[in-house]
Ligand binder design. Sequence first.
Ligand code: AMP
Length: 176
Amino acid sequence: MEKKVVIYCSASKKIDPKFNAAAREVTRALHSLGYAIVSGGGAVGTMGAITDESIKCGGCHVAVLPSFMKGLENPGVSRVVWTETMSERKEKMREDTCAAIALPGGIGTLDELAETHTLRKLGRYKGDVYALNFDGFYNPLIELLDHFVATGMLEPKDRDLIKFPTTPEELISYFK
Ligand code: AMP
């Protein structure tokens, strides 16, 4: 597997700046360890923060967008890949990555994380899966996964396929 990590994150412009600061920290650290980053590549929200940070530190950043989002890409990224559909986009983003990281995000991020978790569970994705539980952001998701386990809907071993580090430093420690 390549030293390439896919990051799922928010496209919202309305979030607390602390989330984008954490995202920039993760981006810088991954590049300094020699990882390429793949993302949704948008120019706004946390996606804008991480693409801008990659450009600033000269790291390899691949933006993957569906062609109906033409014009929304961050034009400075090293590479832009266009797909036909959102499903294809998710597949392309995951391709050849050694890990998937969900930063705090909304429904789009949750969709990407849930699909990747499911594929990992089915053995169709080999990378490690993380959700950055910054400031307890993902506590409700942890509760939901525990509920799935308690009701027999999810095996504990499959719940444990997502790791929930709580700080950028803890997340990055898995990549060293
Ligand atoms: P969310 O977590 O709901 O903010 O969704 C993140 C997802 O938003 C990404 O994976 C994209 O599918 C989508 N998205 C929405 N707006 C944009 C945008 N301006 N540029 C790129 N992707 C976007």
